[in-house]
Design a protein. Structure first.
Length: 268
């Protein structure tokens, strides 16, 4: 039998899939090199590499990269790769150019095993929150495109967004990412309070970073509660998730650079 003719659409899909596999392979390679860099920083410091804003940035971005690979394995979320790589490259660039500081000894308050427990949970949750924010942004873009297509069925459908899953499917992924990250952030906040009792003889002291960590917790709790009880789906839930991520970013960047207090460990 003669070979079946392959149309332009099939050729485009095959080419896109090939480039997608190449991009994912390069992302995994970058993840391995990133992991090696974080581990080497730890060896150079003879401790876990979480003592400054720079070190938290490279660790949190590593957590986001790992979370993306997990999403690809579980939900075939290769469609998120472009946003993830752009954000991670930008974050690492800022970390190297702006935040980088040489290895330095830890302050006295950080000499505790709670550094490993508290900061590792916060870094993993932060990486997942970053990924959740990217999925939420992609959902908003895709849902807007679907609304335009519904109003104008003749609208051309080229481009990246039309190759992503439906807005409804993206929304489900966003919920699962945030549902994973929220318990970790809860644990990080509780571990921080216990550590504060050991270090400063109080569980809570209205330190700016403590306050904003709690505000972040409230924002994501509202997101998950609204979805579970009020049935919020779609755009409203995505906006709440992005507000939560904005509070997380302010806690990491704003408080470290502009604020003061017992958690002034930016190294800048």
């Amino acid at each position: 039998m003669p070979p079946t003719a392959v149309g332009p659409a099939e050729r485009d899909a095959e080419r896109s899939d090939r480039f997608g596999r190449i991009g994912l392979s390069l992302t995994v390679l970058g993840l391995l090199l990133h992991t090696a860099g974080v581990v080497c920083r730890g060896f150079a410091a003879s401790r876990v590499p979480w003592g400054s804003m720079y070190e938290f940035a490279i660790t949190g971005s590593l957590a986001a990269a790992v979370a993306y690979i997990v999403l690809v394995r579980r939900y075939s979320a290769r469609w998120l790769g472009l946003l993830v790589t752009v954000v991670l490259v930008t974050l690492l660039g800022v970390a190297m150019i702006v935040l980088y500081r040489p290895v330095a000894p830890l302050t006295a308050a950080l000499h505790s095993y709670w550094l490993v427990i508290h900061v590792s949970a916060a870094a993993i949750a932060g990486g997942a929150f970053t990924l959740g924010a990217l999925v939420s942004v992609l959902f908003l873009l895709r849902s807007r495109l679907e609304a335009k297509a519904a109003a104008n069925p003749e609208l051309p459908r080229p481009g990246f967004l039309w190759r992503t899953p439906s807005a409804e499917a993206i929304d489900r992924v966003a919920y699962r990412v945030h549902a994973f990250a929220f318990p970790l952030w809860t644990f990080a906040v509780l571990a921080g309070a216990i550590w504060a009792q050991y270090a400063w003889s109080r569980f809570w002291g209205w330190d700016p970073k403590e306050v904003w960590a709690f505000i972040t917790w409230v924002a994501y709790a509202a997101y998950l509660h609204a979805r579970a009880t009020a049935g919020w789906q779609g755009r409203a839930a995505a906006y709440v998730a992005l507000v939560g991520f904005a509070t997380f970013l302010f806690n990491f960047v704003g408080i470290n650079l502009l604020g003061s207090g017992l958690h002034a460990y930016s190294g800048l």
